[in-house]
Design a binder for this molecule. Structure first.
Ligand SMILES: [Zn+2]
Length: 420
């Protein structure tokens, strides 16, 4: 009786101790890392938030705890003006006339073709919907205004300018799982940084979708990703020690990567195709792909070759992996070679399934119905992320991973001078 009474007396204390210990581990292990832990950046990137553009927004609500610093027009070097208020609503505005004036409309009725905003809160972040952005947001107007033909298709377009390391903190997580081995995360960080440096030196613009690198703002901050950035800060790949390498990468190679020069013209010329068996057994290593007679008929129609698919051959395969980079499509009316990207776009437009990849091993066509057994996921050029993860799990270093997919490239460290 007394022993039971004792246990009852100590039970609340025990619960408190267990809860406190659990809380300690919970916050210790899963605490959101701070943006201040991100290393300083050697250069800035400009990222068009193209994921917003599908919705063609004509109104945007931006939020920042401490208000905003605003610059109108193109001159963002002079001191900006302060806008009080934690929320700012912007609208696309058109003044009809002989030459219509397209502008971004501020709540105080001022208009500008382009404006730049920074957050004035302690974090300096700006919220846009569910996402948080560091650095500056440039808002301008895109689309056309022509009432006689297209009507009004104008919308607000947003571009985020920020330090490359902060950008990468938002890129690495969505691109490769933060639970990957540290060496795989480091290899991904160096590849993504090189890609960003190459794009900034070239077109001067990145996009937040898979067309360049998936970027969702600061929402994806992860402790292990930041650790990988700190270990590789400022490091890029280069063939000549000067120009950053266009480090294309993809999800799953299916056993062999493609020769860059034969999949992408020009900028991927330095990337050879290599045998890489480590992703064997992962989800997209092998798959089958099928189109019904109706679906293939619609594709043929889309390509302008008739309405029935009667033949399909590899016009050109990449010489390293055998990916079908050019496909000769024979319809009931005409035939012509179709590029792999055109095939993907056509599938999207006609409602047909899009193939994971063009590493097509066997293809059969029976009465218009297409069946393909193939492998891989993505374009096949450069680093295979699934192989990189497997190599990291087996103890390979980031240098060893990168050396497999970008042979001949050297790691080069940029100086880190600029602020975040
Ligand atoms: Zn692979």
């Amino acid at each position: 009786m007394s022993a039971r009474g004792g246990a009852t007396r100590w039970l609340p204390l025990l619960v408190v101790v267990i809860a406190a210990t659990a809380g300690f581990f919970w916050f210790g292990l899963f605490e959101q890392p701070d943006a201040h832990q991100i290393p300083p950046s050697a250069f800035e990137v400009r990222v068009r938030l193209s994921s917003l553009e599908d919705a063609r927004p004509t109104k945007l609500v931006l939020r920042s705890e401490g208000g905003f610093e605003l610059h109108l027009g193109d001159d963002s070097s002079s001191p900006g003006e302060t806008l009080e208020g934690a929320a700012l609503e912007l609208r696309a505005s058109v003044i009809d006339g002989a030459t219509p004036t397209l502008a971004v409309l501020l709540p105080d009725a001022r208009r500008a073709p382009r404006l730049h905003l920074r957050g004035r809160g302690e974090s300096g972040e700006i919220r846009l919907g569910e996402r948080r952005y560091a650095g500056a947001l440039t808002i301008d107007i895109a689309g056309d205004y022509d009432p006689s033909t297209t009507g009004d298709t104008t919308y607000l377009r947003v571009t985020n300018t920020l330090g490359v390391e902060t950008y990468l903190a938002g890129v690495i997580g969505p691109e490769i799982s933060p639970r990957s081995a540290m060496a795989a995360l480091e290899a991904q960080a160096i590849a993504a940084r090189s890609y960003a440096a190459q794009r900034m030196a070239g077109t001067g613009l990145l996009f937040d979708t898979a067309s360049s690198q998936v970027y969702r703002g600061l929402e994806a901050l992860d402790r292990r990703v930041i650790e990988a950035l700190r270990r590789t800060a400022g490091k890029i790949l280069s063939m000549d020690g000067a120009k950053p390498l266009a480090t294309f990468y993809h999800s799953t190679c299916g056993g062999h990567t493609a020769k860059g020069a034969e999949v992408f013209r020009g900028e991927a010329d330095a990337i050879p195709g290599v045998a890489s068996p480590d992703c064997e057994g992962t989800a997209r290593y092998r798959w089958s792909y099928a189109l019904s007679k109706e679906q293939s008929g619609k594709l043929v129609e889309y390509f302008g070759l008739g309405s029935r698919l009667i033949g399909l051959q590899a016009e050109k395969r990449d010489s390293a992996s055998g990916r079908w980079v050019l496909i000769r499509v024979t319809g009931d009316v005409a035939e012509r070679p179709i590029g792999w990207r055109e095939w993907k776009i056509a599938c999207g437009r006609t409602g047909a399934p899009v193939p994971n990849d063009f590493l097509w091993h066997d293809v059969s066509l029976v009465d218009g119905a297409l069946a393909v057994n193939g492998g891989g996921f993505g374009h096949g050029v450069g680093m295979c992320q699934m192989c990189a993860r497997r190599m990291g799990d087996r103890g390979a270093s980031a240098q060893e991973i990168l050396a497999r997919f970008y042979p001949g490239a050297q790691i080069h460290k940029l100086s880190q001078e600029s602020a975040r």
